[in-house]
Ligand binder design. Sequence first.
Ligand SMILES: [Zn+2]
Length: 353
Amino acid sequence: MTVEGSTTVPTLLPTSIVGSLPKPAWLARPEVLWSPWELEGDALIEGKQDALRAAVQEQRRRGIDIVSDGEQTRQHFVTTFIEHLDGVDFENRETVRIRDRYDASVPTVVGAVSRRKPVFVDDAAFLRQQTDQPIKWALPGPMTMIDTLSDHHYRSREKLAWEFATILNQEARELEAAGVDVIQFDEPAFNVFFDEMKDWGVAALERATEGLRAETAVHICYGYGITANNEWKATLGSEWRQYEESFPLLQQSSIDIISLESHHSNVPMDLIELIRGKKVMLGAIDVANEAIETPKEVADTLRRALEFVDAELLIPSSNCGMAPLPRRVALDKLSALAAGARIVREELAASGA
Ligand SMILES: [Zn+2]
């Protein structure tokens, strides 16, 4: 059991978050995605580091065990990575449909894509200096990256995905060398493009993780709590069975941890039976709703999950990133997550599990 201020990570139900946390208002405009920075130059670099430090401190104070950077140094979980690559033109933007759901202005691929230099490695090394707790770093998955671009060069989604997988693998190996314990790939596209996911999506993801000793995770979700996603969810009916498409393939894959959405979603809990043997990062916190979960609600969600996943493989988490939430709400949700996990951890200890 953790004591406040200690860096002991509980062996059962270590808590984590999917990735982003709200940024402080002095760094970027709150409660919007792709929010522009409020600072420039050296002040921006220092501001990002200060925000990252605060994110680490809050996670620790509120009982999060596997710590992330809260994505304080990036504007967006996909675009910021792509911005650092050669072959992509950010001036000539085009409007495309993202995950078949909403239109966005995106950059175009105009030549061979490559990574000039590490993208997040310095930020990850900085995170590593801030804590002795295990740290997790999120990267976009190859299929989600191609869905956020207009391609005029490869003219093949599969070919471009393989190129990105190679680039992601370079970055992931350097993140591992910088001391990252868990490398997570965000693949919300796996909940939308089932044929491509089966044909080459999971294989491209495995290519991105090739040779890593760090633990690997894939996060698949129904998106941030923004209007376009909430409207899409409303069309999905009373049972969301999208994970049924990806889970059997992921169960057979080399990926260690599967991160999914659960609390307040219509995902049938028994679908996690399909990833039996994998670690399950279970969303026990709703990110589309500003109401703070009670510890009891979190505990109830975790208990229901424990019917289908072994306790030593369960990682209580959030449904998705929390960037668009008010800061106070997001931080209070961290406390609720930790308190709910603590309840179930104590029950497991009492029952001799
Ligand atoms: Zn998500």
